[in-house]
Design a protein around this ligand. Structure first.
Ligand SMILES: Cc1cc2nc3c(=O)[nH]c(=O)nc-3n(C[C@H](O)[C@H](O)[C@H](O)COP(=O)(O)O)c2cc1C
Length: 330
């Protein structure tokens, strides 16, 4: 009998497929559908620190009289936050009641300010873990890379001081020394790192002369970015790693596990192929494991991580020169 269980964030998941935070994890109905299709855990749609603040700003801008009343402003600020948070707290409670797989809450955060109080409410609501989706757009030309990195550590410290549930950080791949950043983040006391988040990218409509959203879904070949970094960091990281971006099928999931990931997070393939894709990936994982005589995930997890390769430099090669010099070019 093939055992698909895996340990991630100190939790035992019945299999390594986690539904990543997205519209597909935004309602209890969807969460139940994901469980029915075999998912190992779900990360709920993020509550956005930014969204709460924007909502507040919109109201501020739309009413001059309102702006001049500081007391009312304070009250309204509080009310708005309470409303968003209460809705989110309800979602956690309802999801926990509806499914037996771990429910991971998610906050999309850009600062270590007020929102950290919400972390406590998330814990009290019964979330099994909290994922911090930290993405700081490096658009402020006056800010140094070091200042941006410090924000990550400040957010983590504040949250770890507030909650006891396991905390994961979903990070971006845009760092000047990504290997060092992954290692340092893994040593902060968090229980997991998700490599990597995928940011929304703007595009232009050249007929309407407008800014529009580019395609939000990843492509199946995008998995090579987390593959490289998980293979290079999993031997040394002090927390568990989950792979996210471009995992659309069983083959890329198996590759990420071979690189050393404890789990994979999927979103785009659920949008494109439906929740049934989870079951398909699990069946194919089992078939591959049986064919290769693996009884459990630990028997092959990390088998192709950097330290286990005959030529560890393979993952560090950034130029195509060697690859192409070995092949005849017409
Ligand atoms: C429509 C959509 C909504 C998403 N919303 C969130 C979100 O609220 N919070 C978050 O951390 N990631 C969000 N993501 C990112 C996914 O969780 C995931 O990390 C990313 O899409 C890469 O995985 P994939 O290649 O399987 O899509 C969203 C992705 C999509 C496609």
């Amino acid at each position: 009998m093939t055992d698909l269980t895996t340990r991630y964030l100190g939790l035992t998941l019945k299999n390594p497929i986690i539904a990543a935070s997205s519209g597909h994890t935004s309602t209890v109905h969807y969460v139940k559908e994901l469980e029915e299709n075999g998912v190992g855990a779900v990360v709920l749609k993020s509550i956005f620190e930014e969204e709460i603040l924007n909502e507040f700003n919109e109201h501020m801008n739309s009413d001059d009289e309102f702006q001049s009343n500081i007391e009312f402003l304070d009250y309204f600020d509080y009310e708005l936050k309470e409303d968003s948070v209460n809705k989110y707290v309800d979602l956690i409670k309802e999801a926990k009641n509806a499914v037996s797989v771990p429910v991971i809450a998610s906050v999309n955060c850009v600062s270590a300010h007020e929102w950290t109080d919400f972390a406590k409410k998330i814990e009290e609501a019964g979330a099994d873990a909290l994922e911090l989706n930290i993405f700081l757009m490096p658009s402020d030309a006056k800010k140094t890379g070091q200042e941006i990195e410090e924000t990550y550590f400040n957010i983590i410290k504040k949250v770890l001081d507030t909650v006891k549930i396991p905390v994961a950080v979903k990070m971006s791949s845009y760092f000047s020394n990504l290997g060092n950043m992954i290692q340092k983040l893994s040593e902060t006391g968090i229980k997991g790192l998700v490599l990597f988040n995928r940011s929304y990218s703007p595009d232009f409509d050249i007929e309407k002369m407008e800014v529009v959203s580019s395609n939000v879904f990843s492509k199946p070949e995008d998995y090579t970015l987390p593959l490289r970094w998980i293979a290079m960091t999993s031997d040394h990281a002090k927390c568990s790693l989950a792979a996210s971006t471009g995992i659309h099928n069983a083959e890329s999931m198996i590759k990420l596990l071979l690189a050393g990931a404890s789990a994979v997070q999927i979103a785009s393939t659920i949008y494109i192929n439906g929740a049934g894709q989870i079951n398909k990936m699990l069946t194919e994982l089992e078939t591959w494991m049986s064919k290769n005589n693996y009884l459990n995930i630990d028997q092959f997890k990390g088998k192709l991580s950097q330290k286990n390769l005959k030529n560890p430099a393979e993952f560090e090669r950034v130029q195509f020169m060697k690859y192409f010099s070995d092949r005849a070019v017409d």
